[in-house]
Design a protein around this ligand. Structure first.
Ligand code: TXA
Ligand code: MG
Length: 321
């Protein structure tokens, strides 16, 4: 049986209050939410997602005031970022207070906090006496969902309710900034362009580019992956020739013409608009994964603004060979 998809905030809040799971829209991607203060509710998230317990969850709060109730030793820089970017696609990793159960942080003394910017979800948070722990609502390792249908396709038979807030406006997960060290570090590129962050922080260190940090599976080498081979190409014309015996789908930033015969071409943004490209990325990967194409060829997008986060996702989604 598939989940109920709707916009009923009372129904959603009742399920959450009774310790159940609800998929919720955010401006970034859909989340799989549970009462963040209830370990028995949170454990269900890990079960449904098939997510390893060493991968901690983001806690979503209705406003900055509530978010900071769950943290201590908050630096002035963290406050400054919150003032600038909340509500919005920014997650701050701060020293946690005791109310946050260990299962949420995978035993770490630091908690990831975020104030989302989505009308329906923010209404829901207003109705609830607790914040929501929520990872992206996809099976572990697969492409993040940006519509209610994406969630239903993959997790619908395991959850009772999906709150439908339409397609996610940003389409990439939040940017994560950690205050574990004295100097802030970016743990994940995301919905806030790095240039916008650096306007507040100065040049910032982006860590976790390598694979082996089990603390940050979002940084695992292979993540956000479609089931079909996705090849990151440096020379599309050449690779189209090379795989000429297959049904090829090409996923590319903006409008270009190929002389060769291609089964399907997907432009992330025909007019070359980076935010539009970001919002289409995960839908595009899904659509091509579900199409009859046998192989997906793609190319990095220009490396500015959200392009950096798009490229980060493409590199992790691509097949390693
Ligand atoms: O935009 C988003 O951030 C979406 C929406 C639903 O809010 N959520 C999301 O969650 O992307 P998830 O679980 O798919 O990715 C969260 C990342 C994980 O890679 C996790 O390791 C990291 O945040 N994280 C969570 N808590 C952390 C902590 N206490 N310390 C360090 N990293 C943490
Ligand atoms: Mg995720």
């Amino acid at each position: 049986m598939k989940a109920v998809i709707g916009q009923n905030l009372i129904e959603a809040s009742e399920i959450l209050i009774s310790g159940g799971l609800v998929a919720v829209p955010t401006e970034t991607v859909y989340g799989l939410a549970a009462n963040a203060l209830d370990p028995l509710a949170v454990v269900k998230i890990f079960e449904v997602k098939n997510r390893p317990f060493f991968d901690p969850l983001i806690v979503h709060c209705r406003n900055s005031e509530e978010a900071f109730r769950y943290a201590e030793n908050i630096s002035s820089l963290a406050l400054k970022l919150a003032r600038a970017f909340w509500p919005g696609p920014l997650t701050l990793v701060l020293k946690k207070r005791d109310q946050i159960p260990d299962i949420v942080t995978s035993g770490s003394q630091f908690v990831a906090l975020r104030v989302p910017n989505h009308k329906l979800l923010n209404h829901l948070l207003e109705l609830l006496p607790f914040p929501l722990a929520a990872p992206s609502a996809n099976p572990f390792g697969y492409i993040s969902p940006t519509t209610a249908e994406h969630v239903n396709d993959q997790l619908g038979d395991q959850i009772p309710y999906i709150l439908d807030g339409g397609p996610c406006k940003i389409g990439l997960e939040s940017t994560i900034v950690s205050f574990k060290q004295d100097i802030p570090q970016v743990l994940r590129l995301g919905g806030i362009p790095i240039e916008a962050l650096e306007a507040f922080l100065g040049p910032v260190e982006i860590i976790g580019k390598s694979i082996s940090e089990p603390e940050m599976p979002g940084q695992l080498d292979s993540h956000y992956s479609p089931g079909k081979p996705l090849i990151l190409s440096e020379d599309l014309e050449m690779d189209i020739e090379k795989f000429g015996n297959k049904k090829i789908a090409v996923l590319i930033f903006n409008n270009v013409d190929f002389s060769q015969n291609i089964y399907k071409t997907y432009f992330l943004s025909k007019k070359g608009d980076m935010p539009e490209a970001a919002s289409n990325l995960f839908s595009a990967l899904r659509e091509l994964d579900q199409s009859d194409a046998e192989i997906i060829l793609t190319k990095l997008v220009p490396d500015y603004g959200l392009g950096k986060a798009i490229n980060d996702r493409l590199k992790r989604a691509a097949w390693k060979n």
